[in-house]
Ligand binder design. Structure first.
Ligand code: FMN
Length: 339
């Protein structure tokens, strides 16, 4: 059966992956209450369609930090992609390029920034930064990303230490010997990372996006530190269990920022209607993590491209049925919270 949506790719990924890899990609922290709530909360936000709007021509494209994308759906940084597929991050980069969107490459990728750039030379790409105790490791990765045409640095701030994922513990998670990790978070992430480091990251001359913000207070501090964007994210439920679903944190964050920087969202996005919910609550675009890596595990580059195309088509259909002809037309009036 041809996969028709992101959930179909998830089922295929589970079939293809061994227990350790599946659990690594799927799992969340603690009791996984935040992991579950990411999906449940999205479904609680009910769409409010307007009717008898001429939706003959609908445009899903937008820009993110000035870069045109075919849909408000970016590829989230996900570590260890060669654990999903032998072509790893290169396959994802080519698929994101073909889909016309931005890939964010993880610091903990199984390929370095330069070869991933070479896999899709003309595509827009951002580099995600983890700060290690040895700043030299981080610096070398940033330098390589800057020299390889990455156009933004995404500083992930919700990992002062790696969350406790019990599924990974139960399945004996380890990085297989044959895989090389560009910057290994399991070894030397710095719990002392602070707002001072934001100024250092910003000193490289690329726009900085701060990923992993859940409160209006932190969002405002990020803007004050010159962030070009923030990602409202709970890391797909993998860090502090018990925090709110990202979609529930979004409205207050977007209100507090009031357009001072661009707001992105991730965690739990699987459907075009999830993208519309995020847009309605103030996001400019979303990032998708597991949906991408499941498609990669299921069918490599082609799988990721198909999944991204399906999501874009779902956004287009959703816009039409919502009574909007462009992503800019989706407003707060298009969603309502319902228990
Ligand atoms: C297996 C896995 C690995 C991840 N690795 C990283 C990473 O290296 N850097 C990072 O900033 N976020 C990482 N994330 C978080 C994603 O960027 C994103 O926030 C999350 O996947 C969004 O939730 P979703 O998977 O439901 O789309 C990872 C997520 C998963 C599932």
């Amino acid at each position: 059966m041809e996969p028709l949506n992101a959930f179909d790719f998830e089922a295929l990924a589970q079939e293809r992956l061994d227990d350790m890899a599946w659990e690594y990609f799927r799992g969340g922290a603690g009791d996984e209450s935040t992991l579950r709530d990411n999906r449940a909360a999205l479904e609680r936000w009910k769409l409010q369609p307007r009717v008898l709007v001429d939706v003959t021509d609908v445009d899903t494209s937008t820009t993110v930090l000035g870069t045109p994308v075919t849909a408000p759906v970016l590829v989230a940084p996900v570590a260890l992609q060669k654990l999903a597929h032998p072509e790893g991050e290169a396959a994802t980069a080519r698929a994101a390029a073909a889909a016309g969107t931005i890939m964010v490459l993880s610091t903990s990728a199984t390929m370095r920034p330069q070869p991933v750039a070479a896999a899709a030379p003309d595509a827009p790409r951002w580099f995600q930064v983890y700060v290690f105790r040895d700043r030299g490791v981080t610096q070398a990765l940033i330098d390589e990303a800057c020299a390889s045409g990455y156009s933004a640095l995404v500083l992930t701030v919700d990992v002062p230490t790696v969350g406790r994922r019990e599924g990974a513990l139960r399945t004996g998670f380890h990085v297989p010997d044959e895989l090389e990790v560009a910057g290994d978070i399991f070894e030397s992430i710095d719990p002392g990372v602070s707002w001072r480091d934001v100024d250092w990251i910003a000193g490289h001359g690329l726009p900085v996006v701060i990923k992993g913000i859940l409160t209006p207070e932190d969002a405002v501090v990020a803007a004050e530190h010159g962030a070009a964007g923030i990602v409202v994210s709970n890391h797909g439920g993998r860090q502090l269990d018990g925090v709110p679903a990202s979609i529930d944190a979004l409205p207050r964050v977007a209100e507090a920022l009031d357009g001072r920087c661009e707001v992105l969202l991730d965690s739990g996005v699987r459907r075009g209607v999830d993208v519309l919910r995020a847009l309605a609550l103030g996001a400019r675009a979303v990032l998708v993590g597991r949906a991408v890596v499941y498609a990669l595990a299921a069918a490599g580059e082609e799988g990721v491209l198909t999944m991204l195309q399906l999501l874009r088509e779902e956004v287009e259909l959703g816009l039409r049925l919502l009574g909007c002809t462009s992503v800019e037309q989706v407003t707060r009036e298009h969603v309502r919270w319902s228990a």
